[in-house]
Design a protein around this ligand. Structure first.
Ligand code: FAD
Length: 376
């Protein structure tokens, strides 16, 4: 490595996906001086390959705090979108349309109902407003549904954003801040210094920072141990297909079909455990298209123009991890499975709490201590 004198920064964030960029934006808004380091190789990059839902319903079964966090984020999303539009001139495409999961059989609808009851029975459900809707009500909400749709769920807090526009807006807003520096480079060396502070290195540069935030998605697993943290994350592939532009037929957010502002339609919601393979398969494409056409028959003749695979970033229980290192105070691990949904809470709430040293006090439910044997 060509050794140069280390640049010094107040806070270094490793990872410029939606999690790292939203946190960087929030920290910079609060006046912090921030270095954002991103590998820039599109290594796993869930942030560029996702479905774009801001989704509250069903979130937090088994962890009421997650339901509440998702709801708070949905409530903050309009503010984030407005702030980013002002700071970057880019529209994130956020719309709070309400969201639905559509059932194609009575059995499926019964499963949705059972899950909903379990959510409502939690001590602090966070989102009480999701309800079962019958086919008649769905016809009003989404008139293009096909005869196979028997009913579904509806949550008024759900919606969607354009993830690429959101990333671009965050990036441009950050570039416009004088106290933010963005560097493209994979962090390969990371250590805590005696007496506090951290050293980070890429192939060509060295940096020092008083605080380090690991927000590198699946890349966190390799980085965390050097700072006394554990990031027991695993990839889960989701495949998404995109149609040509179609006349507007769907305004509502739907977990398997989403029509974008431009008219193209995203089809998805597959879940596969295939390691780090980001490929695609015809079998998944067929299943996704089959369901989409049953749900919205107007898609039957639509031309597919793209298909891709992207990797979700999953903790063992699927909930976020917000953790400060006990061994190296000032080193944080921040990761979650729903980086679009939580972008607003990351930027407008969590960043302030991190700066104020309130992480453990405010987010105890998201500590990695819940996987205690894995914590270094
Ligand atoms: C198919 C699919 C659909 C999804 N749908 C939704 C949805 O509808 N709504 C929702 O809220 N969420 C959804 N998600 C999840 C969402 O995309 C992720 O939660 C979010 O993108 C995670 O962002 P991240 O920044 O943690 O990770 P990433 O986007 O993976 O970004 C991590 C970044 O860190 C960088 N990096 C890694 N290692 C290093 C290193 N050593 N040094 C420097 N940089 C490094 C990478 O280059 C990358 O840019 C979906 C995900 C998938 C895969």
């Amino acid at each position: 490595m060509a050794q140069t004198r280390a640049e010094t920064h107040e806070i270094a964030i490793v990872g410029g996906g939606l999690v790292g960029s939203a946190l960087a934006y929030g920290l910079a808004r609060a006046g912090a001086e921030v270095l954002l380091l991103d590998a820039g190789d599109d290594s796993f990059h869930a942030s560029a390959g996702n479905f774009g839902l801001v989704w509250v319903q069903g979130k937090g079964l088994g962890l009421a705090e997650y339901a509440a966090l998702s709801r708070r984020s949905a409530d903050l999303w309009s503010g984030l979108a407005a702030g980013l539009a002002e700071d970057s001139g880019i529209d994130c495409g956020y719309r709070r349309t309400g969201g639905t999961k559509l059932a194609l059989s009575e059995e499926e609808l019964a499963r949705f109902e059972t899950a909903l009851k379990r959510m409502h029975n939690q001590a602090a459900p966070g989102d009480n407003d999701t309800r079962i809707v019958d086919r008649g009500e769905l016809m009003d909400l989404a008139p293009a549904i096909g005869p196979a749709v028997v009913g579904g769920t509806y949550c008024p807090h759900d919606g969607f954003a354009d993830p690429l526009a959101t990333l671009a807006a965050l990036r441009r807003a950050l570039l416009r801040r004088p106290k933010v520096r963005i560097v493209t480079g994979k962090v390969t060396g990371l250590s805590g210094e005696r007496g506090g502070g951290f050293t980070l290195s890429t192939a060509s540069q060295r940096f020092r920072a008083g605080t380090v935030v690991l927000a590198a998605g699946l890349g966190n697993a390799a980085l965390a141990p050097a700072l006394g943290l554990a990031a027991p994350l695993r990839p889960q592939r989701g495949q998404i297909l995109v149609t040509e532009r179609l006349p507007r037929f769907l305004d509502l957010a739907c977990h398997t079909v989403r029509q974008t502002g431009e008219g193209t339609v995203l089809l998805g919601d597959s879940h596969e455990d295939v390691g780090f393979d980001r490929g695609t398969s015809q079998a998944v494409a067929r299943a996704v298209v089959d369901r989409a056409v049953k749900t919205f028959p107007c898609l039957a003749d639509a031309r597919l123009v793209r298909q891709w695979g992207a990797l979700r970033v999953l903790s063992p229980d699927g909930f976020p991890i917000y953790q400060e290192s006990e061994r190296f105070p000032g080193a944080f691990l921040m990761t979650c499975h729903s980086g679009v949904t939580l972008a607003a809470v990351h930027a407008l709430e969590l960043a302030d709490d991190l700066l104020a040293g309130r992480l453990a006090e405010r987010y105890p439910a998201f500590s990695a201590a819940r996987f205690d044997e894995a914590v270094a």
